[in-house]
Design a protein around this ligand. Structure first.
Ligand SMILES: Cc1cc2nc3c(=O)[nH]c(=O)nc-3n(C[C@H](O)[C@H](O)[C@H](O)COP(=O)(O)OP(=O)(O)OC[C@H]3O[C@@H](n4cnc5c(N)ncnc54)[C@H](O)[C@@H]3O)c2cc1C
Length: 362
């Protein structure tokens, strides 16, 4: 058996580490010149969205020997809608760095690897599949999957983001829902340190959003962030990203080709979280290759969670600013907050059932 992994990102590296754990070595091909060779941003993993794994970092460490050091514990989540603010408190999850940052999750994974990575190899599936018995497609790009099988795109996302300087608390994150600047989408601030944060505005590229003035939306969002956090920010680095496909495949593997991470459909459509699922799919594909599990069976709960998350997204997308205000206000009730932050309930499942009738309204 010889194994190729296309892509040294979260899913590819989690797969490689798990294969090593079971005594297999894979050839890893990475198209860039180093692991994490992309812009620096902070990302988050919220415990409430990963039920039944209440602490994803601990779970990966204790169950899969994948050890990650997040950059902070999230203790407060501020949610802003047009006229309401709510705050959830507790042990809510973690923020972590990505990309070129020395402590990015991809660099942390790569440092645990015993084998090597072949860089500057823009691997083509046609070529790779000729030389290997097993191929793990981990390029983070749904378009690579689409060349081999249908990939059901829920939506394409438009991102505008930046690193900003200001005054932050590393344990507090801020999320914004307002159709005036985030049409059917959201904005958020994730601190890297006391002085630096990632700021992101993301919304779907639906036909009704296409004619909107992107600069104007970004300007409005920045102004709202300044107003809510009561300070001016200095933008030190900004980027935009279009056509980021969020969707999933019908088939997790074709023969001995395994689709993992975004190539499988790891991103939960509602809020765009995909890191944990990316690593899990990488681990599960390795289990299959090592003969200790069936990849198709192992990803079943992730498919379910994807679909629950999509139902929830469709419901939230239908809400106008007044309804978003009402939803946000309800988060400030202690009982609702307890329910949401409880590690024992599957939030996506419950909310998708509760809001399902809403998602069907036209
Ligand atoms: C702006 C933004 C913010 C996000 N925020 C969050 C968040 O806060 N929380 C969260 O959980 N998720 C978040 N996500 C989603 C999360 O980042 C992804 O789900 C996750 O990184 C996907 O992992 P992956 O292994 O599939 O791909 P990646 O980690 O992107 O790795 C893919 C790797 O493959 C390489 N590659 C590509 N093509 C080839 C090729 N042909 N040959 C060889 N190598 C190749 C790439 O260079 C890269 O190194 C965010 C995504 C974006 C874009």
């Amino acid at each position: 058996m010889n194994i190729a992994i296309m892509g040294a990102g979260l899913s590819g590296l989690a797969c490689a580490l798990t294969l090593e754990k079971y005594g297999y070595e894979a050839d890893i091909y990475e198209k860039r010149s180093m692991v994490g060779d992309r812009f620096v941003i902070a990302e988050a993993m919220f415990s409430m969205f990963h039920t039944p794994f209440d602490d994803a970092v601990k779970f990966l460490s204790e169950n899969h020997d994948i050890h990650l050091k997040p950059s902070s514990n999230i203790q407060k989540l501020y949610v802003y809608s047009e006229k309401e603010t709510s705050c959830l408190e507790g042990h809510l999850g973690f923020t972590n760095m990505r990309g070129k940052h020395p402590e990015s999750y991809e660099k942390q994974l790569a440092s645990q690897l015993k084998g090597s990575i072949t860089y500057n190899q823009n691997a083509s599936y046609d070529e790779i599949s000729k030389g290997y018995t097993h191929v793990v497609m981990a390029t983070g790009d749904a378009l690579d999957t689409k060349k081999l099988q249908p990939y059901d795109v829920a939506f394409k996302a438009s991102f505008r983001g930046a690193v900003i300087e200001g005054d932050f608390d590393k344990t507090e994150v801020h999320v914004f829902f307002n159709n005036d600047y985030a049409p059917k989408g959201m904005g958020y601030i994730l601190p890297h340190s006391d002085q630096e944060a990632t700021i992101v505005l993301v919304y779907p590229q639906y036909p009704e959003n296409e004619g909107l003035d992107k600069e104007q939306l970004w300007g409005k969002f920045l102004a709202e962030c300044s107003r809510r956090l009561d300070q001016d920010f200095k933008i030190i680095n900004d980027y935009s990203l279009e056509d980021y496909r969020i969707g999933t495949t019908k088939t997790a593997r074709i023969g001995n080709t395994f689709f993992v991470g975004n190539c499988w459909g790891a991103i939960k459509p509602v809020f765009g979280f995909g890191q944990f699922e990316s690593m899990l799919t990488g681990i599960y594909a390795a289990h299959d290759i090592a003969g200790i599990g069936s990849y198709e069976k192992l990803v079943q709960p992730l498919y379910q969670s994807y679909h629950d998350s999509l139902t929830l997204r469709r419901a939230i997308e239908k809400m106008d600013n007044k309804q978003l205000d009402r939803l946000n206000k309800s988060l400030d009730h202690a009982l609702v907050a307890d329910l949401i932050t409880s590690k024992k309930i599957n939030l996506f499942k419950i909310l998708s059932r509760v809001l399902h009738p809403f998602s069907r309204q036209t």
